[in-house]
Design a protein around this ligand. Sequence first.
Ligand code: BES
Ligand code: ZN
Ligand code: ZN
Length: 509
Amino acid sequence: MQFQIQNLNKTNSKAQSLVYFVSQKGTGDQGMKLNNIPKDLQKIVKDAEKDEVFKGEWSSTLSFRVMESQGGKSITFIGLGPEKEFTAEKARQASANAYKYLSALKTQSAVIFADGLVINKNKNADIARAAAEGVTLASYNFDTLKNMGEKKSKKKASKAKELNLELGMGDSSTATKKAFEQGTIIGEATNFTRWLGDMPGNRMNPKILADETVKAAKGTKLKVTVWDKARIKKENMGSFLSVSLGSDAEPRFIMMEYKGAAASKKPICYVGKGLTFDAGGISLKPSAGMEEMKYDMCGGASVIGTMIGIAKLGLKVNVIAFVPATENMPGPSANKPGDVVQARNGKTIEVNNTDAEGRLILADALTYAAEKKPVWICDAATLTGAMVVALGNIHTGFYTSDDAVAKKVEKAAEESGERVWRMPVVQDHQDDMKGTYADLSNLASSRGAGSATAAAFLKNFVPDEVPYAHFDVAGTAWNAGNRLSYNPKKGATGSIVRTFIQMAMDHKA
Ligand code: BES
Ligand code: ZN
Ligand code: ZN
């Protein structure tokens, strides 16, 4: 998709397809709000209302094609539902619907008029950003591994046929223009995260993940440092290292640093689980659905996408991100149930289930992040199946013992339109993670609350004075497209990238 943002004049577009948004004045039969639609088209919408074919209800559409002699345009109205209930998140979804409608039409040029989305208490800039995010996110299509044998020229030709889309509103102020650009950057950062997640294990192993991170950071202010196996060992990351030993593919520790504020300002830190394939290790997973474990690096991918987004937005903050990347395989040197490993902070851990490996790699990454004396640390990980049971693919569960951090998270999620839910973590969960032969066990001693006990385990690697939140994205990192129009039906979603970027935007360095 070629995608431009413009100050749009309502009448002079030469595009083949036009999209307008129509909201309802109230929840009853108070009619539709049509003042953002050209006069001649208002009559058509009113007629449709009279005939009861279109009332502007949420997600409904009215579409028609003008006679060839009149220019042959196709015109679509998308219903937004009651004005009072409208939010920026709905604008994101409605814009995604508009994009999808246009791509199904196979039209080559189109305009989406976003003015109709500025209703209720929403501001132009917030809607501009959400609309740009919606369209950019909806345009994501994972086709890297299809038609690979095709000649480059043929691929180029089909690219040229792609939809040329303009998105805009009548307001040409700098604030609105900037918001459109920000939305595009955030959407693209999320799409990059999705792409990393969608790539299969053999094509996105730890080394490739590190190389792709370096490549994506080129031309930005990001400094990327990658440690290999020898360095990881030297840095006493024994817990992380132990997970990698069952695989031929060597681990990588990926660090991304962004300096947008004075050197004296403390950084904020992100940590992400970069498990490029989780077979379970010696505690091997069942075969059914195991292919989905290529997504076990989605937390790491979210953190990488977040950093690319922050750098491209040019935020005035200092940020450092850490992604421990490895496979979890049952090779001859793999962790065995009962093995005891030692983490960078000195704590010893009994590996009672080799499939609870995410916490083992995060232990060292969190320890290292805390050494940077950050303002706060947020981690993202596809950590537990229990999280999927608890919240499904609707909310991302997060854990923190710090109410101030919880507030920041909830505010950022509200602004970014992502759904998060604070989960409880208490001393009892900590007690369940004590080891018999070592300081800790990676497997809880009692059943149930599997995502809370995992969160409690992680807390052992972040000193009390460092504010910290853990996000378990196991349920939301992929296949959540049945709920949100801007997510692909299947595949990685890039969940939590928008919230993480927003937290950095909200942070006053
Ligand atoms: N990567 C998985 C968690 C997971 C499972 C994410 C399904 C998304 C969907 C993680 O490494 C794992 O296997 N966790 C175990 C922990 C258990 C052995 C304590 C789990 O959740 O079953
Ligand atoms: Zn596992
Ligand atoms: Zn895992």
